[in-house]
Design a binder for this molecule. Structure first.
Ligand SMILES: [Zn+2]
Length: 100
């Protein structure tokens, strides 16, 4: 990884602003999908949970899959071991964070 792009004053200022937000936006719930790397199991075989989406509840119905606000999140279908595109199974679970 090229870390030089993270070693500058502009990045440091943006990071500090992000980390010091008084009330950072947090999802009310996230959806995770059980996923499988298609690579031969002897080479990789990773299975695990892929972030499908993060939502924040809102009073009005929006044009999203749940009607709530879709939050920015990384939902890449990339295997964390080998970098192949993973297959998303039909098993999706919704998780709600606790207040602590
Ligand atoms: Zn893999």
């Amino acid at each position: 990884m090229d870390e030089s792009k993270y070693k500058n004053a502009e990045f440091d200022a943006r990071l500090e602003a992000l980390e010091n937000q008084p009330d950072p936006p947090v999802p009310d719930y996230v959806q995770l999908t059980l996923s499988l790397c298609p690579t031969n199991s002897a080479k990789c075989g990773w299975t695990g949970w892929l972030l499908e989406a993060a939502f924040r509840r809102c009073p009005e119905a929006l044009k999203t899959s749940t009607g709530d606000e879709l939050m920015s999140a990384i939902t890449n279908q990339t295997c964390p071991r080998c970098g192949e595109t993973v297959y998303r199974s039909s098993v999706t679970k919704t998780f709600v964070p606790t207040s602590n």
